[in-house]
Design a protein around this ligand. Structure first.
Ligand code: HAM
Length: 419
C-alpha cells in the first residue's frame, strides 16, 4: 500500500466543508479592506527565496523542497508567499498602477520540510496579505486590524497579538554588533548553523529551532534598545493607531521573526487556548522595507502577514467553536422499482432548478431509503410510486417536524423554495 507523504494530510469530505467556510470568510474579510486576490505559481526560482527570505534562515538552509527541472534550472516549491508576491509586483510593474498602495492577498499551499508535529505540516495552506507602496504607520495598523478581525470573526477569545519593532537597517546593524559580542564567548555551545550565522546574521541565532533554549539566547540584548529615532517614532505611531482602533496587544522585545526581510513592525498571533498544543503561533507578519530593492525592484516598502488555515482550524477546535457548516440536501426522492426512471428525471429537473436533491442508487427497500434520507440530513422527502405519477400529486414530508402536504409533482422545486 502506498501511504500519504509524511507531514501532509488528506482533507476528507467531513472537513472540506469547514475549509470552504473558513476560506470564504477570509475572502470576504480581505474584500472589506479592499485587498485583491493574487495567485502566483507553486514553484519559483530557488534564488528568489535564497535572496528574499535569506540564505541564513532555517527556511532556506533546512526546509526547502528544491529540485532541478529537465532544463537544469533550480526550482523550489514556495515555502511562503511574500517573496513570490513581491517578485510578481516587480515583474508586473505594479508600482506604476493607478491604485496605490497595492493591496494583495493570497490563499494557497506552501511547502516546508519541517519536523512533523501537531499544527506543523510539510504542506500547509497560507492565507496572507501584502500591502506594498506605503510607509505609513496607519497601514501597519490596518494590516494588524485585519488579523485581529479575522480571529474575532470566528469567535476566538483566547488569542493574543504580540508586537515588536525590529527597526530599520541602521538600527539592525548596531544590534548585529551587540549580538556578535554577546554570543561570541559562548558560540561553541551552539549548533553548526548558529556558528556559521554568528558573523553573517546573528539575529537568526535567536529563532534557531535547535538552540532556542540556550541560556544566552534568553539573556541576549533586545533590539528595542538599539532603535534609532526614526524607528522609535515609527513604532510609537503604530502603537497609537492600534490604541485608536482598540486592538489589544502585548509587546515582546524578543520577537524577531524567522525571515530576514523584516524591518520595523513585527507581530505574531498566538493561541492561549488550553490543549492547543506545543506550537501556538497562529499567524505572523511584519514590515519589509528592504525586500523590493533586494530583489532588484523599485524603492517601495511593504507590510503583510500570513496565517495557516490548518492552525486557524485547530484554534477553532481548541475553543470548541462550532462552525455553521452542516451539509444537507433539500430533498431525497424515495423510489419504487417501477418509478426509478421517472425519479431520475425528476431529480435532474430539481437540480437544474437549483435544489440539492438526491435519490437511491443501491436498490434499497423503502425503509433503507428513508434511513439514507436521514443520514444525509434531507430537509424533505417524497415517495414516488406509480400512483403519484398517475395522479400527478405527491406528499412532501418535512423530516424535522414530520408534517406533510400534498402538492403537484411539478411544484416540488417552488414548494421547497417557498415560492
Ligand atoms: P511565517 O511566520 O513563516 O511567515 O508563517 C506564517 C504562518 O504560517 C505561521 O504563523 C503559521 O500559521 C503558518 N505556518 C508556517 N509554517 C507552518 C507549517 N509547517 N505548518 C502549518 N502552518 C505553518 C511567513 O510565511 C511570512 N511570509 C508572513 C508575512 C507575510 N510577512 C509579511 N507578509
Amino acid at each position: 500500500m502506498i501511504n500519504i507523504p509524511r507531514g501532509t494530510q488528506d482533507i476528507l469530505p467531513a472537513e472540506t466543508a469547514k475549509w470552504r467556510y473558513v476560506e470564504s470568510k477570509l475572502h470576504n474579510i480581505a474584500a472589506n479592506y479592499n485587498y485583491k486576490e493574487i495567485r502566483t505559481p507553486m514553484f519559483e526560482s530557488t534564488d528568489l527565496f535564497a535572496r528574499g527570505v535569506g540564505g541564513s534562515t532555517d527556511i532556506v538552509q533546512k526546509e526547502m523542497y528544491t529540485f532541478k527541472d529537465k532544463g537544469d534550472r533550480s526550482l523550489t516549491l514556495r515555502p511562503e508567499g511574500t517573496a513570490a508576491v513581491v517578485r510578481s509586483y516587480i515583474e508586473n510593474k505594479m508600482n506604476g498602477d493607478a491604485n496605490q498602495p497595492v493591496k494583495l492577498y493570497y490563499n494557497g499551499p506552501m511547502f516546508r520540510y519541517e519536523r512533523k508535529q501537531k499544527g506543523r505540516y510539510r504542506q500547509f495552506v497560507q492565507f496572507g496579505v501584502e500591502a506594498i507602496g506605503s510607509e505609513n504607520p496607519a497601514i501597519d495598523a490596518e494590516v494588524i486590524h485585519m488579523v485581529y478581525n479575522i480571529y474575532k470573526s470566528f469567535g476566538l477569545k483566547h488569542i493574543k497579538i504580540v508586537l515588536n519593532s525590529i527597526g530599520d537597517m541602521d538600527s539592525r546593524e548596531e544590534y548585529k554588533q551587540a549580538l556578535i559580542e554577546h554570543f561570541e564567548p559562548h558560540i561553541n555551545n551552539f549548533c553548526n548553523d548558529c556558528k556559521n550565522r554568528l558573523h553573517t546574521n546573528p539575529m537568526r541565532i535567536l529563532d534557531c529551532k535547535v538552540d532556542h533554549e540556550q541560556p544566552t539566547v534568553k539573556t541576549a540584548p533586545k533590539i528595542t534598545e538599539y532603535l534609532n529615532d526614526y524607528s522609535k517614532n515609527y513604532y510609537e505611531e503604530v502603537k497609537q493607531y492600534l490604541d485608536l482602533l482598540n486592538i489589544p496587544y502585548i509587546e515582546d522585545a524578543s520577537l524577531v521573526r524567522g525571515l530576514d526581510y523584516y524591518t520595523h513592525t513585527a507581530f505574531e498571533v498566538m493561541s492561549e487556548a488550553e490543549g492547543f498544543g506545543a506550537i501556538t503561533t497562529l499567524c505572523g507578519g511584519g514590515r519589509y522595507n528592504g525586500l523590493l530593492e533586494m530583489l532588484d525592484g523599485p524603492k517601495e516598502t511593504g507590510i503583510g502577514f500570513a496565517l495557516s488555515i490548518e492552525r486557524l482550524l485547530l484554534a477553532i477546535e481548541a475553543e470548541d467553536i462550532q462552525l455553521d457548516v452542516e451539509e444537507s440536501v433539500d430533498i431525497f426522492v424515495v423510489t419504487m422499482p417501477e418509478t426509478v426512471k421517472e425519479a431520475v428525471k425528476i431529480v435532474a429537473e430539481l437540480r437544474n432548478a437549483g435544489i440539492r436533491a438526491d435519490m437511491d442508487y443501491l436498490g434499497r427497500k423503502m425503509k433503507g431509503q428513508m434511513k439514507q434520507a436521514d443520514r444525509i440530513h434531507a430537509t424533505y422527502t417524497v415517495v414516488l410510486g406509480s400512483n403519484e405519477i398517475e395522479t400527478n400529486k405527491i406528499e412532501i414530508k418535512a423530516m424535522q417536524t414530520g408534517e406533510s402536504e400534498t402538492i403537484k409533482l411539478q411544484d416540488i422545486a417552488s414548494y421547497i423554495k417557498g415560492e
